[in-house]
Write a protein that binds this ligand. Structure first.
Ligand code: HEM
Ligand SMILES: *[C@@H]1O[C@H](CO)[C@@H](O)[C@H](O)[C@H]1NC(C)=O
Ligand SMILES: *[C@@H]1O[C@H](CO)[C@@H](O)[C@H](O)[C@H]1NC(C)=O
Ligand SMILES: *[C@@H]1O[C@H](CO)[C@@H](O)[C@H](O)[C@H]1NC(C)=O
Ligand SMILES: *[C@@H]1O[C@H](CO)[C@@H](O)[C@H](O)[C@H]1NC(C)=O
Length: 326
């Protein structure tokens, strides 16, 4: 079939518009500089005012951002409430331990009061996570903005995309690879486990019933395991007790996580397994040499994570309430 030159011209124009459109629609630093110039400052101010009183929320917020980005991209789908006809991401099994939703809802309401319908929940989550971690003395990373909020949130997606604490290094590399992150990102971002807490239930099989024979995971330092069992996680059915992932410095962003991991004291199999590949092991060893470099590298990986499958331009929406699709 022969195409007339007019048709070629039309196709060319459409392609050009598509190219211009797509290069224009990207995240950019200060995306709200004109549309809501105070937005980023309002968020920073609120975080600086409140996080010092609840420093443990910084961990909850960066984890929320991670869960958001790994499932359907950084589109605030993790914040959406379930409805009668839909079970949302936040009601999936791994959600049980997510925290910080109310904090995000409050930040959103303050930003909405300044500029209604302008700033996305996905950006608010990304900025709040960054500012919270920085305010407890952690790294600072760039958060280009312009993300738009998704309209879909499904519990089933979580099990497909989100890494689990029992995953081995090859599965973790695959799941990170699926969202454009590499081995370095895996090791660096796992470093966020230098802050925050876990539930005993998350490691109860490692402690009490690893292969179903009432045994312990041999990859977990036996002294450490014994300590946990006598002082913290006293029985296999404990659903409530919290344990620090980096004991003694759960609110300090430092090299503590890597120090634990190399001593076989990483809490999850997904932490311990990072010693099993020479690639990931050597990235851990590099981090241990310099806290300053760790912060720089962590920042790079966070910025990368914040770009996972973002919706921009006219995609998605700007939610009015972070827990409700408009
Ligand atoms: C590599 C794959 C990862 C796995 C399998 C994983 C798994 C988990 C699990 C199971 C918990 C504790 C849940 C509980 O029992 O309460 C947790 C906590 C946490 N994770 Fe991860 N995680 C991973 C990567 C990340 C990343 C990339 C970040 C952030 C950049 C992150 C930040 C956190 C933080 C800060 C906490 C503590 C949350 C709190 O104190 O409420 N994790 N993670
Ligand atoms: C979403 O659910 C949470 C927890 O059940 C609730 O506190 C919040 O008010 C809900 N959000 C909206 C906008 O209804
Ligand atoms: C997580 O999901 C369960 C149901 O599976 C629900 O009862 C709980 O409220 C959810 N937690 C949060 C923080 O939304
Ligand atoms: C990692 O886990 C996957 C899924 O359970 C399994 O198929 C694979 O053989 C494991 N890889 C290694 C190296 O243990
Ligand atoms: C340990 O695991 C086995 C196999 O899955 C199970 O039959 C047994 O009930 C478990 N023991 C406890 C104490 O939960």
């Amino acid at each position: 079939m022969k195409m007339g030159s007019q048709n070629y011209f039309k196709v060319l124009i459409i392609c050009l518009i598509a190219i211009i459109g797509s290069t224009h629609a990207q995240l950019q630093l200060g995306f709200y500089a004109k549309s809501c110039p105070k937005a980023e400052k309002i968020i920073l101010k609120y975080v600086h005012k409140h996080i010092p009183h609840v420093p443990s929320l910084a961990a909850a917020l960066i984890r929320l951002h991670f869960h958001d980005c790994f499932v359907r991209g950084c589109d605030a789908s993790v914040l959406v409430n379930s409805t009668q006809s839909n079970t949302a991401e936040r009601d999936s099994f791994p959600n049980l331990t997510l925290r910080g939703f109310e904090f995000i809802d409050t930040v959103k309401s303050i930003v909405e009061a300044e500029c209604p319908g302008v700033v996305s929940c996905a950006d608010i989550l990304a900025l709040t996570a960054r500012d919270s971690v920085h305010s407890i003395g952690g790294p600072f990373w760039k958060v280009p903005t312009g993300r738009r909020d998704g309209t879909i949130s499904k519990t089933a997606d979580v099990l497909l995309g989100l890494p689990a604490p029992f995953h081995n290094v090859s599965t973790l590399l695959t799941l990170f690879g699926n969202v454009g992150l590499d081995a370095k990102d895996l090791v660096l971002l796992s470093g966020a486990h230098t802050i925050g807490v876990s539930h005993c239930s998350t490691i109860s099989t490692r402690l009490y019933n690893f292969t179903g024979k009432g045994d312990q995971d041999p990859d977990l330092d036996s002294k450490y395991a014994k300590n946990l069992k006598t002082r913290k996680c006293k029985d296999i059915n404990d659903q409530t007790t919290l344990i620090e992932m980096d004991p003694g410095s759960r609110n300090t962003f430092d090299l503590g996580y890597y120090k634990q991991v190399v001593k076989n004291r990483g809490l999850f199999q997904s932490d311990a397994t990072l010693l099993k590949s020479s690639t990931t092991k050597s990235i851990i060893d590099q981090q241990l040499k310099s806290n300053k470099k760790f912060f720089i590298e962590f920042a790079k990986s966070m910025e990368k994570m914040g770009r996972i499958n973002v919706k921009v331009g006219t995609d998605g929406e700007i939610r009015k309430h972070c827990s409700l699709v408009n």
